[in-house]
Write a protein that binds this ligand. Structure first.
Ligand code: NI
Length: 225
């Protein structure tokens, strides 16, 4: 499932956070890439553990925990501390897969990357190119979103970032371990949750209770974390 999640950050948050990121310590993006990805990755990233990045990341995670659409779709068990990248003219990230397991730097913890997320922070009119291109069973999708909006997609997808031909693109990217490992099962629960919410507005109180019971019993059956 490919899902666009609006309003992860408000305009006020983006406006406040953006300059702190610009002033942070930027290093070669190959720092967090695996051996194969490093060969096709040309961008910069903020050093992991940089105070500005850590503060911005915590604000993103706090916003996500309050975002009903994200929680329903991702059923998050763990969220990787958000990273930040910048693509400038001529930079790109060729086709690659994200590592299945990622150690959280500086901790003994690791997460299984069920879902990948990219949160766009630069207004789209400030750069050309830089689309995130995701391949799934429904074809190829090109994604470029306004600041504060996020795309959520299965980490199992092949994906790449097209070269920037003008300006620069700064985004946050990270991974989510879901309580429900299987993408299909998670998608069913999301559809069921949305359907129940729609029915609640037209039915009498209590009439959707048996469906809500089915939802929670499926979640109980499928949740592994
Ligand atoms: Ni990737």
């Amino acid at each position: 499932m490919l899902l666009r999640i609006p309003n992860v950050l408000s305009d006020e948050q983006v406006t406040r956070i953006f300059p702190t990121l610009l002033a942070a310590e930027w290093i070669d993006g190959k720092a967090t890439a695996g051996r194969q990805s490093a060969q096709v990755k040309r961008n910069m990233q903020i050093r992991e553990g940089d105070p500005a990045a850590r503060a911005a990341g915590q604000e993103i995670v706090a916003s996500l925990e309050r975002n009903a659409l994200f929680v329903s779709a991702a059923l998050p068990a763990r969220i990787f501390p958000p990273l930040f990248n910048r693509y400038t003219e001529g930079e790109a990230f060729g086709n690659h897969v994200d590592n299945a397991i990622r150690r959280i730097t500086g901790t003994p913890q690791s997460i299984r990357t069920d879902l990948s997320a990219t949160l766009f922070l630069t207004p789209p009119d400030e750069y050309d190119g830089g689309e995130l291109v995701i391949e799934d069973t429904y074809g190829v999708h090109q994604v470029k979103l306004p600041p504060g909006e996020m795309i959520l997609y299965p980490a199992s997808s092949l994906h790449h970032v097209l070269p920037i031909t003008r300006g620069a693109r700064i985004s946050s990217f990270f991974w989510i371990q879901s309580m429900v490992r299987d993408d299909g099962a998670r998608a069913l629960l999301f559809d069921l949750d949305l359907a129940i919410q729609r029915l609640e507005s037209s039915l009498q109180p209590g009439e959707t209770l048996p469906l809500t019971n089915v939802y929670h019993n499926l979640l109980r059956r499928w949740a592994d974390g």
